[in-house]
Design a protein around this ligand. Sequence first.
Ligand SMILES: Cc1cc2nc3c(=O)[nH]c(=O)nc-3n(C[C@H](O)[C@H](O)[C@H](O)COP(=O)(O)OP(=O)(O)OC[C@H]3O[C@@H](n4cnc5c(N)ncnc54)[C@H](O)[C@@H]3O)c2cc1C
Length: 463
Amino acid sequence: MTKKITLAGGGLVGSLLALVLAKKGYQVEVFESRPDLRKVDISAGKSINLALANRGIKPLQDLGLMADIEKMLIPMRGRLVHIDGESANLQPYGQNKQEVIYSISRGELNGYLINQAELTGKVTFYFEHRVNNIDFELNQLSLTHQGQTIHRNFTQLIGTDGANSPVRKAILAHSQADKNYQNDEQLLDHSYKELVIKANANGKHKIDKNALHIWPRGNFMIIALPNLDGSFTVTLFLPAQGKKTQHAELKQHSFNQLQTIAQLNDFFDENFKDLTPLLDNLDTDFFTNPVGRLATIKCSPWSFSNKALILGDAAHAIVPFHGQGMNCGFEDCDLINQLLPNAESLNNDFDWQDFFQQVEQHRKINSDAIADMAIENYIEMRSDVMQDDYLLKKQCAFKINQWFPERFSPRYAMVMFEHRPYSEAFSLGETHKTMLNELVKTINNSEELSKDMAAQLLTKYLL
Ligand SMILES: Cc1cc2nc3c(=O)[nH]c(=O)nc-3n(C[C@H](O)[C@H](O)[C@H](O)COP(=O)(O)OP(=O)(O)OC[C@H]3O[C@@H](n4cnc5c(N)ncnc54)[C@H](O)[C@@H]3O)c2cc1C
């Protein structure tokens, strides 16, 4: 009997999961609501490019894809911080050449993964098939295709259908009596909009391409990630609504205050004087491109009976400030690769319910942890990177790591360059914070930190 698995959603996680399952011998069908992004010029959704890091690279490497994917990557070795009136300052992500993250086009990566999945001969993508409803009694999906409602049966369904997942909604609707029931969706009060810095006439990047650029401005910021065609995708993160204040000087900038070209120009002149000349189509892009909303989703259960499971953003959407949403979703796929037996060795009595529950048990504690770290990182990126105190702690953390690599890694490195669970990075990071806060009260610069002092601190904090 062919073992078939049905996926709802063929985005980054759905297309990688389809490939993982096909390599394990399963027949896979993927219902994707959008047209085939390899054929139609549509945005691949959300951000145009995104940062790929070690956690996301691991499953791609295991599948032998990295030789191809390397051609799509631009290494970014740190944050290039642009503070008004100062020269740009590189804050390296790590301490060696390997400790970099990579900018990659979402559409190119998604298209490549769909191709690879199809090449196995075991995966069929049904584009423009929107899942609307899931009937767990009949094991049946109700879909819209070309304006018609159609029905398709499934045996096991995996929802990789993103943050608004209908599969999640169906699972949670059936699980309200579950003892761990959780349906927590926190909309961030800051939204985002994408702009562009085009390539120079010679096709080269206008600013350093091997860095993630940040223009931190306290309560808001702009970031820019490089593209292979010489352009940068520029993202403004800003409160959606300004808070009312009695003092004009404390006015809070927000998207809803940028309604006219004059307001937009004033805002950019006041806050991003150095960047504005690089943005070729600022007003057209600003008033054409949508404002994107950002949310954190923590929910449980992730599965229903032996029938359905959710993964990727469908199970754990997070805000993008640690650059880990896709990486975390790819780690989900890696776990499936490790835990699910190959189709040929799967007995008829395989306990799918237990398997689904094991997946949630392994992953939820970790996706909750990266969700919290991603929120914290927003404050780090838009504000802390400008503070002397923050820079001193970062320099000390690098020194301690050089002296005692077995006992101490900066939290950023644990998340971005290591494979230890996010939950462990989070709890160790909390101890590190207390330790570094204590340390910077006793020194004025990192030269004053000695190896003995560092050793004593590590021992005191049981590290
Ligand atoms: C501005 C921004 C920047 C980001 N930057 C980074 C970054 O640098 N690094 C990083 O790791 N992550 C980043 N992320 C997060 C990353 O985009 C997501 O975590 C990732 O896209 C999740 O993949 P997914 O496949 O689970 O969901 P999605 O990418 O949302 O894919 C879901 C797919 O399901 C389809 N679908 C939706 N509803 C239905 C339906 N009803 N029926 C059928 N199909 C459906 C959609 O069309 C889509 O193709 C960023 C996110 C944003 C918003």
